[in-house]
Design a protein around this ligand. Structure first.
Ligand code: ACO
Length: 705
């Protein structure tokens, strides 16, 4: 059944009537162009141009005011200068308008935030939703509605585009037409004052005609909501994203351009992977992927085959397969048996299947048929380098016919042809007929790679998420005490208490207020021991001699107690000292770091890495948005470069990865259940063959507002 938000947003994409407030007779004006596009596009709903002069525009009766329009209006496109937008809303409310597409610029993107807010709140009060402002409008193929001031001609098809940049969006309408990519919708979100990508995705994921969704994003306002809908979307169809602001300068430009904060690129990248969204580097790749993914079957298994007439291009394609994560079929015995009958004796059946430079289209034909029949082969990359013995005219129909056969059989196939004018013509002609033909092996393989990347992940989004059992009451008590002392950080014993309340094993420890207590606790715990100063005024404990390690007996404990107190008093005579923590010194293991924090764009996120130099120097960490399931956490652990160290090297046994997964779930649970906590970092979490120990936890909390 359709949910209410989805059925509402349907009215925006499939309105029965549209008004154009600011429609104009003057051909140079945007208000003319939009009306012209709506008429030229063949929209069958009611069209109401609104202009104070009335009369007729493009042969359609123009109304002097919205109030004069007979009946209600589903969508109003507003194209009057900024200062007239708010006054125009009254008429829209009177006509029970559901959606406003505000083309006008001059709002939050230039700092005019208050006017934008005023418009949004009036619209909300009157049951209207806003697309924009600062947009080029939207196109919806289902009702042939081109309510944009972009090109008149829009090719209809299976790709929907949501774009934050208006200018790029208009350019993409033109580009898609040239590249023969059909659109089911293209819609710009501009300042996202009200509707954003998430609202639009809600409609597109269930829109049958939309086969692939592409998004151009500059900044994200409500990332947590976006993550939820992206997971839903990719369970049904591929989503391809281009995000600008990768570089530090780019991020600044994006932030000032849209008035929204561009999140850290690493985190964005990680979270897109978590949602099974395919991230393209640039618009060109994104459009190529869209075209290919909207026309190609999804592979059911790995094992790709490369067929070529040239060794060099075969190697290039093999490299590209590694880059884009395509697994090549490598059962050489089976390959030899399959392909030996269709190739010359001096060829190679090792995949790339090299038909050699003397191959003719008949050799390709045999190889295509053989691969199609073979159930162990799931997809094919066909490469061709121009040779004088080859008849390209025969090849073109063979390629088209082969593509159709493979598509019908559910096997993806891409073609790459490299050569002179005739070859280029052949590629162009094939592309015009939607055959995935390219003139560069990397382009061909990157399309297949995006498809495999999507297909290999399919279904994981349905994973159930474990909720850890936390003693939230105990955690809240710790936070209450910290707040009472007007602190925003927890002392190490308080951090330990929080981690313990989440069910994580921590070293046994006590706070000694004098030498006698220190000696008693030492005896209770056993040796070796660690001792650390406990003071809210001393944060960098080691730097001031506030830590003693590897204490082996009572005498060493007594000496360490005196030394720690003396060092800290010398360093900061005014410091309030709560005592000295006496802790079990945990045995040697592999040191990990687990962190969680509230990201300004995506809400709670969790981080994992190996401790020490791996995190400090190599920055070898991975991120995920919370909530996150066990399988996804495992992929997060496997993602770091130093993962093999957890599997055991140089005779060491494998570490307890299941306990690490449990720890990540628990840390995620703490930040999810305790809104006061802004940052947690467990460093190190020591992992053994069996079990883990959270040795140190740094926790920050927000100030009470
Ligand atoms: N109701 C109806 N019509 C009105 C009203 C009203 N309340 N007030 C004015 N009008 C009419 C005007 O009389 C005029 O019609 P006319 O040509 O018959 O006189 C028409 O509306 C347009 O008003 P103008 O004052 O002529 O405004 P103009 O067309 O020059 O500019 C616009 C309006 C386009 C909205 C401009 O203010 C603007 O924001 N331009 C930028 C748009 C943009 O780039 N958006 C981002 C797109 S994304 C990208 O970068 C591609």
């Amino acid at each position: 059944m359709m949910k209410s938000t989805e059925s509402n947003i349907k009215i925006l994409f499939e309105p029965k009537s549209i008004a154009i407030i600011g429609a104009s007779q003057h051909k140079g004006k945007i208000g003319y162009k939009i009306l012209e596009n709506i008429v030229a596009g063949g929209y069958k709903g009611k069209i109401y141009p609104i202009n104070p002069k009335g009369g007729e525009i493009l042969g359609i009766k123009a109304y002097k005011a919205m109030e004069d329009v007979p009946g209600d209006v589903d969508v109003a496109t507003i194209v009057v200068p900024a200062e007239f937008v708010y006054p125009a809303l009254k008429g829209c409310a009177a006509k029970k308008t559901k959606f406003l597409s505000i083309i006008t610029s001059g709002f939050s993107e230039i700092g005019n935030v208050e006017e934008e807010k005023k418009i949004v709140s009036f619209a909300r009060e009157n049951g209207m939703r806003i697309l924009g402002p600062n947009i080029f409008g939207f196109f919806s193929a289902g009702v042939s509605l081109n309510a944009t001031f972009g090109p008149k001609e829009v090719k209809k098809g299976g790709v929907a585009i949501i774009t934050q940049s208006g200018a790029l969006g208009v350019a993409m309408i033109g580009k898609t037409a040239v590249e023969n990519i059909g659109l089911s919708a293209i819609i710009s979100v501009g300042n996202k004052s009200d509707l954003d990508e998430t609202d639009l995705l809600r409609y597109l994921i269930n829109h049958e005609e939309t086969k692939v969704i592409m998004m151009y994003i500059e900044g994200i306002k409500d990332g947590a909501r976006l993550v939820g809908i992206l997971k839903e979307a990719t369970a049904k169809k591929p989503v391809i994203v281009v995000k600008s602001g990768r570089s530090k300068r780019g991020a600044i430009a994006a932030a000032s351009h849209t008035g929204s904060l561009a999140g850290s690129d690493e985190i964005f990248d990680a979270i897109m992977k978590q949602c099974n969204v395919q991230r393209a580097e640039n618009i060109k790749d994104a459009l190529e992927w869209c075209k290919f993914l909207s026309n190609s079957p999804v592979p059911t298994a790995e094992n790709a085959i490369i067929i070529t007439n040239g060794g060099g291009i075969g190697v290039l394609a093999t490299d590209a397969c590694e880059k884009y994560g395509i697994k090549l079929y490598d059962d050489y015995e089976a390959l030899k048996k399959t392909f030996a009958p269709v190739m010359p004796y001096f060829g190679s059946a090792k995949n790339p299947i090299d038909l050699t430079g003397q191959a003719e289209s008949s050799h390709y034909s045999l190889a295509f048929t053989t691969s199609l029949k073979n159930k162990n082969i799931s997809s094919l990359i066909s490469l061709y380098c121009e040779t004088a013995v080859f008849d390209i005219q025969n090849f073109e129909p063979l390629i088209e016919e082969t593509y159709k056969k493979y598509k019908a059989a559910g096997k993806p196939i891409v073609f790459c042809l490299v050569g002179g004018e005739k070859v280029e013509e052949c590629v162009k002609s094939l592309r015009r007929r939607d055959v995935p033909a390219f003139n560069d092996p990397y382009e061909a393989v990157s399309c297949l790679g995006a498809l495999y990347s999507y297909a290999n992940y399919h279904g994981e989004s349905s994973e159930t998420i474990d909720k850890p059992k936390l003693d939230v009451k105990s955690i809240e008590e710790v936070i209450k005490k910290v707040r009472a002392e007007n602190r925003s950080f927890l002392l190490s014993n308080e951090g330990q208490a929080v981690v313990k309340a989440a069910g994580m094993p921590v070293p046994q420890s006590y706070i000694a207020r004098n030498i006698k207590e220190a000696a008693d606790y030492a005896q209770k715990i056993g040796y070796p021991l660690v001792m650390k100063i406990v003071s809210k005024d001393i944060l960098h404990k080691s730097d001031v001699g506030g830590v003693a390690l590897d204490l082996q007996n009572k005498n060493e404990v007594i000496e360490a107690y005196e030394a720690i107190i003396n060092n800290c008093r010398t360093h900061n005579p005014a410091a309030t000292i709560d005592g000295v923590e006496v802790s079990e010194m945990v045995p040697h293991g592999t040191e990990l770091i687990i962190g969680a924090r509230r990201d300004p764009s995506f809400g709670p996120i969790v981080m994992f890495g190996l401790g020490g130099i791996y995190v400090e120097v190599m920055k070898d960490v991975s991120f995920r948005a919370i909530p996150v399931g066990r399988r996804e956490i495992l992929s997060m652990i496997k993602q770091i470069r130093s993962y093999p160290l957890l599997l055991g090297v140089r005779g060491e046994a494998q570490k307890d990865i299941e306990s690490v997964i449990d720890s990540i779930i628990k840390v995620s649970g703490i930040i999810e259940s305790c809104p006061a906590i802004t940052d947690i970092e467990i460093n190190p979490l020591v992992v053994y063959e069996k079990g883990v120990k959270a040795v140190d936890a740094r926790i920050l909390i927000s100030h009470l507002k």
